[in-house]
Every structure is written in structure tokens, then in C-alpha cells.
Write a protein that binds this ligand. Structure first.
Ligand SMILES: [Zn+2]
Length: 256
């Protein structure tokens, strides 16, 4: 998610409010719906992100749902006539610049839709509060880690940041969510917000060059992927366990 937010942040700054002269699909198999028609003389009114999904709102009423997948990238170039790399779609802007969807492996997708689907709460949405998290947690028998991965609850947290947030909050990933009391949920809420904003910041800083998507894992991780290595706080070896087929890393000393 942080990589996707970095892409959106840049697009918002550089292209929100811009008039699109036309869109050209250079590889039509990645698009669903009449993308070219919807973009014709339309203004890009808003760039919205929900989890890993990007929604480009157009003044024509259409919305482009973009999923970058593994290698996709979406960014502004100074002149739409000069395309480099594996550009799959180019939006020619009225001011001569272009927005390109570059994707070497062509795994990314664009679909024309008319309403953004429902998603869980965005961790960086200012309306996401500890009270709201407590409300969602109430009565939940799910282990904390799986609860955090549930996209209907908190969207776009992902395996790495769920593990990191639990470490920061001192919560054992197996702990039943509904058994956590308010102060611990408040701590978890701040941990989620801190981990996610830290991740977005670090990716955004590194992500300065178009087409040069850098892995989010560049920031210092406390537990994720560190099985057997000493905990950065108490020096006990970090443990790994599988929950619903996904690896969870935690410190048995720091997380209860
Ligand atoms: Zn520890």
C-alpha cells in the first residue's frame, strides 16, 4: 500500500484538475470498458486510493479503477510525445504533458467503472479513530493479526505492516481481538497510524524517479522477516508462526 499511496500523492500534486485531451491504449488487453471514450476531453477531478486500488475520477462521470499489481506505475511525464519503457496507456494532457501507465510485465489492470466499491477503513484516514477500532474489535474472536489483515475492517494494512503494528503495540498476534481492553486498542490504533505514515513517508522520499518503484521494506523493520534474529528491544530471538497460511513474526518477550 505505501508504494501505491506514494504514486497517488505524486499524481494528486501534478495532475489533479488537469484536462485530458485524449487517452491512448497501447495495449488494449489490460483495459476493461471504453476507457478512451470516458477520458476524451475529461478533467481528472480526483485521485483516490482504497487499499492498493487507485480510482481516477473523471469529469465525464466515469472512474478509472487502476490496479498496478507487481510492476505497474502511474506517473506524469513532461511531454506525451516522448514515451520510454513499457508504456501501456498514455493520457495526453491539454498542457502537453502526459500521464503514463507503465508496466513491464503488463499485469496491471484498468477498468472503467461508475462507483467506487465499499472497502474497510483506511488507516491514514483522519476519521479512523481508536474508538472506531474498538467498535470493530468488540466481540471478535479473530486473532489480532488476522483481524488486521481483514480488508473489510482496516483496508490495505498488509502482512508486513500488520506484524509491525502489533509489535509496536506489544500485542501477541494470536491474541483474540475481542479480549483486548480499550487502552491496548488505543495503543494499537496509534501503532497502526504510526507504522503506515512512516511507511508512506519513507517510500515517498525514495520514490523520486518515475518508473523506479522501490520496495517498501526499506524502512527498518522490527520483526517482519527477522526470524531467529534478536529483537531490537529485548534481544530475545524473533519468532515466526503461520496464521491462515501467512507468516507472522513476533517477539514473545515484547508481545503479550
Ligand atoms: Zn522483544
Amino acid at each position: 500500500m505505501p508504494e501505491v499511496e506514494a504514486v497517488c500523492k505524486k499524481l494528486r500534486l501534478e495532475a489533479e484538475g488537469c484536462l485530458i485531451r485524449r487517452a491512448r491504449l497501447l495495449r488494449s488487453s489490460i483495459a476493461k470498458g471504453d476507457v478512451e471514450q470516458a477520458c476524451n476531453r475529461a478533467t481528472l477531478t480526483r485521485v483516490e486510493r482504497r487499499g492498493k486500488n487507485i480510482f481516477l475520477h473523471l469529469s465525464s462521470g466515469g472512474i478509472l479503477h487502476v490496479h498496478l499489481r507487481m510492476t505497474g506505475n502511474l506517473y506524469v511525464i513532461p511531454d506525451y510525445r516522448f514515451l520510454v519503457g513499457a508504456v501501456r496507456v498514455v493520457w495526453e494532457l491539454a498542457d502537453g504533458r502526459g500521464i503514463v501507465f507503465e508496466d513491464p510485465r503488463a499485469l496491471g489492470r484498468i477498468a472503467l467503472i461508475y462507483a467506487v466499491p465499499e472497502y474497510g477503513r483506511e488507516p491514514l484516514d483522519p476519521d479512523f479513530t481508536a474508538t472506531e477500532l474498538a467498535g470493530m474489535a468488540k466481540g471478535s474472536r479473530k486473532p489480532a493479526k488476522l483481524f488486521l489483515l481483514d480488508q473489510d475492517k482496516v483496508a490495505g494494512l498488509g502482512n508486513i505492516y500488520a506484524a509491525e503494528a502489533l509489535f509496536r503495540a506489544g500485542i501477541d498476534p494470536r491474541r483474540q481481538m475481542g479480549t483486548l481492553r480499550k487502552p491496548r486498542l488505543e495503543k494499537l490504533h496509534s501503532a497502526i497510524v504510526a507504522v503506515m505514515s512512516g511507511a508512506v513517508e519513507s517510500v515517498y522520499e525514495l520514490y523520486s524517479q518515475p518508473g523506479n518503484m522501490i520496495e517498501a521494506e526499506r524502512q527498518t523493520l522490527m520483526v517482519y522477516g527477522r526470524e531467529g534474529e534478536p529483537c531490537r528491544v529485548c534481544e530475545r530471538p524473533v519468532k515466526r508462526l503461520a496464521q491462515s497460511g501467512r507468516s507472522t513474526y513476533y517477539c514473545s518477550g515484547c508481545q503479550k
